[in-house]
Design a binder for this molecule. Structure first.
Ligand code: KIV
Ligand code: NA
Length: 264
């Protein structure tokens, strides 16, 4: 099947539809989710925890991301593949563009970077090089050692305004998607209404254009306690196909996430 394009996703959003994303780290999951109709797959650096047993995403390397992106690309049937640039892979402009290019050659259709307006130059350079970008704002896990833990971001007015300004600047620089993690639902709604590109949320309430979950969490494969914003779709479904179908259905209908999965 032909790969869904960024412009098709933009069209879907302007038609008032929601879209879905799930993380995939290997060919089997990529095949499962793309065949089920998940529009976008994220080769997340969460593979550090999920696949490697690390305590954070900080140890994940470019070689790791290339390996998993290649595997996902081989299994994929028509989804748009977004791959994370890992920690310390985009600190300088030239390094950023080179590493983004490596992920594209490994099979990604878009790369994701964590951070605000300071990444505008990188986004612009990638855009010129033909590399679509997704900018991850809010709780950016690669900065866990600066944050001092995994906390909801953008709670006070100044931080909220900064996040809105960052999103606007990044879109102006050429960002194709914005991804918001663990931000109050009101702020996520404001950013979604303000920027001209699709906004994907995780722990960001129901009003973003798309939703993403870590696949292992939503399939109930995780041993640790699930964060509040996750729903274990396997609990009721009993098999993965029904679980993924239900996730897609609930995102499209706006039934997921509920207020209980969101932050105020
Ligand atoms: O790495 C990842 O899985 C992510 C999502 C949680 C957005 O970045
Ligand atoms: Na990530």
């Amino acid at each position: 099947p032909k790969t869904i394009t960024v412009s098709q996703i933009k069209q879907l959003v302007s038609d008032g539809q929601k879209f879905t994303m799930l993380t995939a780290y290997d060919a089997t999951f990529a095949s499962m989710f793309s065949k089920a109709g998940v529009e976008t797959l994220l080769v997340g650096d969460s593979l550090g925890m999920v696949c490697q047993g690390q305590e954070s995403t900080v140890p994940v390397t470019m070689d790791d991301m290339v390996y998993h992106t290649q595997a996902v690309s081989r299994g994929n049937e028509g989804a748009l593949i977004v791959a994370d640039l890992p920690f310390n892979a985009y600190s300088h402009l030239e390094q950023a563009v080179n590493n983004a290019g490596r992920l594209m050659q490994a099979g990604a259709h878009m790369v994701k970077l964590e951070g605000g307006a300071w990444l505008c130059d990188a986004v612009q350079a990638m855009s010129r090089a033909g590399i679509p970008t997704c900018l991850h704002l809010g709780l950016t896990p690669q900065s866990v050692n600066k944050f001092g833990g995994y906390k909801v971001q953008g709670r006070d007015d100044a931080a909220a305004q900064t996040m809105i300004n960052d999103a606007l600047a990044l879109v102006e620089a050429g960002a194709d998607f914005i991804l918001l993690e663990c931000v109050p639902a009101d702020l996520a709604r404001a950013i979604t209404e303000t920027v001209s590109v699709p906004v994907i949320g995780i722990g960001a309430g129901a009003d973003t254009d798309g939703q993403v979950l870590v696949s292992y969490d939503m399939l109930g494969l995780t041993q640790h306690r699930l964060p509040r914003f996750v729903k274990n779709y396997m609990a009721d479904a009993g098999n993965w196909e029904t679980a993924v179908d239900q996730y897609i259905k609930e995102v499209k209908s706006g039934d997921f996430p509920t207020a209980a999965h969101a932050f105020e």
